[in-house]
Design a protein around this ligand. Structure first.
Ligand code: SAH
Ligand code: SF4
Length: 381
């Protein structure tokens, strides 16, 4: 009995959360199941002496039934269930805070990861075509001046499992309302192409037909624009969408808003985009946060029109969301329309997107930064 107690005891650890000590399964030396591709799950089980049949069942539990704990995998053989409990883990994320927009269509969650770091994910309901907006990193190293995540700095990359788990979590939430996630956009915290491997591994898992089955064409990678990574994307076998956050069409202006532009100039970025659009025969979306008096002039619109000549593109214009660390204001509707009018002369389609859920600070990183400002220490990372 004492031995059993000792063995059990080692499967637990105590951690401090919000000033309180809580017990949870020791996860340090165990495998996070969402980190495994289908093939890795098969080979892990095979090394334990189980065949593909069992791997399929577990995959089904993870991504079709979307169970929240290993205990819910009730139809597995007891010995396999025990091995899973000993060597692997899954858990529903701890929701630190939650907000919804006044129309209840946008819901935003701040969730804690295993090590206590916090990330945001958002679900936007729209006509049965719900979109999950997920994070790829804790913080971001790119430092765009208007972005709450950029203002936090970089903490760490997410693992592929931590990325996938956000989709599972949001899918579960929607299931209660008889809905599914149809679109996934990497527009939460972090720069997905700065965490290339985990992003690609996560996309492979979420698009797997045997599980979450998100159509690759409904997945959008949004990037600040890292030319080598965009070139690498050309050879990927999954045809996902690419959105490039441009924000300015001349070198000097872009460097002021997007400091990484000093390392990767616009010239190089557009070159990589041209190659991507040509070789993949795909339209590229260009994101542009409209900031009053900063990047909303007709001169910038003309420069953008010239820059994108010959690239199959669509420009998304988003009046900037105010953040604590950036004082500038969003462009008004009339100026946004004028900007669009200039682009139309270059035959470039564009949309002015009101950031949905603006009343819940749906801009990337804003919930976390608000939580930190409100925390007792008021610390900012
Ligand atoms: N790092 C990636 C994806 C995360 S940011 C990228 O930069 O594309 C997702 C989108 O939100 C980007 O287009 C980014 O420029 C935009 N964004 C960030 N902060 C914003 C703000 N305060 N107002 C409007 N858009 C913002
Ligand atoms: Fe990073 Fe994107 Fe924010 Fe820029 S806009 S700091 S790349 S998350």
């Amino acid at each position: 009995m004492w031995r059993a107690f000792f063995v059990e005891w080692h499967r637990f650890e105590s951690i401090q959360r919000d000033g309180r000590w809580v017990m949870r399964t020791n996860r340090e030396s165990t495998v996070y199941l969402y980190d495994l591709s289908y093939e890795s799950l098969i080979s892990m089980l095979s090394s334990w002496g189980y065949g593909t049949y069992h791997a399929n069942k577990i995959w089904h539990y993870l991504y079709v039934k979307m169970v929240e704990s290993l205990d819910q995998m009730i139809e597995l053989r007891e010995d396999l269930q025990n091995s899973l409990k000993e060597k692997t883990w899954i858990a529903p994320p701890d929701v630190i805070s939650y907000q919804q927009s006044s129309d209840e269509l946008t819901k935003k969650y701040l969730i804690a990861l295993n090590d206590g770091e916090k990330i945001e994910c958002v679900v936007m309901k729209y006509d049965g075509r719900s979109t999950a907006c997920i994070s790829s990193q804790v913080g971001c190293a790119m430092g765009c001046v208007f972005c709450a995540t950029g203002q936090m700095g970089f903490k760490r990359n997410l693992s592929s499992g931590e990325i996938v788990a956000q989709v599972v979590f949001l899918m579960r939430r929607l299931e209660k309302e008889d809905e599914r996630v149809r679109n996934v956009v990497f527009m939460g915290m972090g720069e997905p192409l700065h965490n290339y491997g985990a992003t690609m591994d996560a996309i492979k898992i979420m698009t797997d037909d045997r599980g979450l089955a998100i159509g690759p064409r409904y997945v959008t990678i949004s990037t600040v624009g890292l030319p080598p990574a965009i070139r690498q994307l050309v050879d990927e076998d999954r045809p996902v969408n690419l959105a490039v956050s441009l924000h300015a069409a001349t070198e000097r202006e872009r460097c002021e808003l997007v400091p990484i532009s000093e390392r990767w100039p616009l010239r190089d970025l557009i070159d990589a985009c041209r190659m991507y659009a040509d070789k993949r025969n795909r339209r590229i979306f260009f994101e542009w946060a409209l900031i009053a008096g900063v990047n909303d002039s007709e001169a910038q619109a003309n420069a953008l029109g010239r820059l994108l000549q010959g690239i199959d593109s669509h420009v998304n214009l988003i009046p900037v969301n105010p953040t604590y660390g950036f004082d500038e204001l969003p462009t008004d509707e009339e100026t946004a329309k004028r900007f669009q009018g200039v682009l139309a002369r270059y035959d470039i389609p564009s949309t002015v997107r009101q950031k949905r859920g603006i009343d819940i600070q749906a801009g990337c990183g804003q919930l976390r930064s608000r939580e930190e400002l409100n925390s007792p220490s008021g610390s900012k990372s």
